[in-house]
Design a protein around this ligand. Structure first.
Ligand code: NAP
Length: 250
């Protein structure tokens, strides 16, 4: 932990789904979490995350911020670090899909997915790295996807962004290891969230048919792996991609 007497975490995309579950795993007295979210015009989901985290005794704050905006992210992370005296944990979780087959994939959908899923990790990680290096402590977890390892028809943009996350994770892990900063990725398979709820039934069935355990994963199952990776028990784990998919990819 940094010199400040609490654990400070930044989680991107914390208003719902896996991000919210990660916040709930981290939430306890003595922990301060800052999260962001972006799209809906209202803050209903973000407010619910705040309420749930406060119930667990956690200090929590949220902003509406586009993680693909380089300068806005740097200003935001600096603000969080200044207010709390440092940042211990960064979870790069925010992500989107804009699926289509290659022949129909629009340039804008390629750019948006790469920006929100991959450039965001660069933005946030670069912004926290200097202060983590100074304090000689940090835990960074990037949320990848099984699709980044396997590929998936109709998700070339998404798969490229998640494969990029894996390469980014390993490179940054090598750069930051000597400063006691671990950098790992978690690659979930098919997890029940709003992201997968919007898939057509046929696509859901196709995913489920590929899972030896015969069921979708839950956001909490991803969150518990993230919690382990940011714990002292995982101090010697860095540069790894932890797959979590019911056996879909081995
Ligand atoms: P989700 O339910 O759609 O939630 C996505 C979160 O990201 C929301 O909080 C959303 O907030 C935020 N977000 C989206 N665009 C953003 C932006 N530009 N700036 C800031 N925040 C933004 O998705 P999920 O299923 O929990 O997925 C979370 C992560 O896990 C993603 O990286 C996803 O690729 C990955 N993953 C998911 C699955 C799965 O099966 N669900 C599998 C593998 C990997 P707003 O709605 O407010 O924008």
């Amino acid at each position: 932990m940094a010199e400040h007497n609490k654990r400070v975490a930044v989680v991107t995309g914390g208003s719902r789904g896996i991000g919210r579950a990660i916040i709930m795993e981290l939430a306890e007295p003595g922990v301060s979490v800052a999260f962001n979210h972006y799209d809906p015009p209202d803050d209903i989901a973000a407010d619910e995350t705040i309420r749930m985290a406060k119930e667990k005794g956690c200090e929590i704050e949220a902003v509406r911020l586009d993680v693909s905006d380089y300068q806005a992210v740097h200003d935001y992370i600096k603000g969080v670090g200044d207010r709390h005296g440092g940042i211990d944990i960064l979870v790069n979780n925010a992500g989107i899909t804009r699926d289509n087959l290659l022949s129909r994939l629009k340039e804008a959908d390629w750019d948006a997915v790469l920006a929100v899923n991959l450039k965001s990790a660069f933005n946030c990680t670069q912004a926290v790295a200097r202060s983590m290096m100074k304090q000689r402590y940090g835990r960074i977890v990037n949320i990848a996807s099984v699709v980044g390892a396997m590929g998936n028809a109709g998700q070339a943009n998404y798969a490229a962004s998640k494969a990029g996350i894996m390469g980014f994770t390993k490179s940054i892990a090598r750069e930051l290891a000597s400063r006691n900063i671990t950098v790992n990725a978690v690659a979930p398979g098919f997890i029940e969230t709003e992201m997968t709820a919007k898939l057509p039934d046929k696509a859901k069935e196709a995913f489920l048919g590929q899972i030896p355990m015969g069921r979708a994963g839950q956001p909490e199952e991803v969150a518990r792996v993230v919690k382990f990776l940011v714990s002292d028990d995982a101090a010697y784990i860095t540069g790894q991609v932890i797959h979590l998919n019911g056996g879909m990819y081995m």
